[in-house]
Design a protein around this ligand. Structure first.
Ligand code: ATP
Ligand code: MG
Length: 171
């Protein structure tokens, strides 16, 4: 049985790793959709699809998990979004999502929709981790070690800080 899990993984954090480990015990293969793959270099989506792919690949190398990481582009056309995903991924029967729109779209196409539980959402949240990266708080303990290395390699923290600088007319 193959299942689909979509996220933006900006960045890939320990909550993401926990949920993937949990799902992998329930299914044969996981398709990890890298959502909004066209987005990067913004404060909400700082990392490219390739950089997020590195975070996922290097982390999951340490685990016995059968998965495919597939970039998924935003099409801004909800009625055909399921077909768009299907055109990019291996076939699957089950989707894990907490998002009500994703749930609705896949339910209407007769997929089995499951809701993953959240682990330590107080700390394991992409939004909170990006905020810490920006304001200089410790964030490294919230992501897998390999993700720290990828972000160092691409000088990701300085990227986020540069992106937050105001333009002349905003000063
Ligand atoms: P952001 O704040 O940028 O939206 P996020 O932490 O919500 O980041 P996403 O990339 O939006 O991360 O989430 C991808 C998937 O991971 C979603 O299905 C979401 O339900 C799940 N997820 C996110 N945080 C956790 C967590 N702490 N524990 C388990 N699953 C999580
Ligand atoms: Mg989210």
């Amino acid at each position: 049985m193959r299942a689909f899990l979509i996220g933006r993984w900006q960045p890939f954090h320990k909550g993401h790793l926990e949920i993937i480990k949990k799902i992998s015990a329930e299914v044969d293969e996981i398709i990890v959709g890298i959502g909004s793959c066209q987005k990067s270099h913004t404060l909400t989506d700082p990392f490219t699809a390739g950089e997020r792919m590195m975070m996922i690949t290097k982390t999951l190398e340490n685990y016995d998990i059968n998965y495919y990481a597939i970039p998924i582009i935003d099409i801004d056309y909800n009625a055909v979004w399921v077909s768009s995903v299907e055109s990019l991924t291996p076939p699957f029967t089950t989707i894990y999502t907490g998002n009500s729109l994703v749930r609705e779209l896949f339910s209407e196409r007769n997929y089995v929709v499951k809701k993953p539980e959240l682990y330590n959402r107080t700390d394991y949240s992409g939004t909170k981790i990006r905020k810490k990266m920006l304001d200089g708080s410790a964030w490294e303990h919230l992501v897998p070690e390999e993700v720290v290395k990828v972000i160092e390699e691409i000088d990701g923290i300085n990227r986020i800080r540069r992106l937050s600088e105001k333009d002349y007319d905003e000063e």
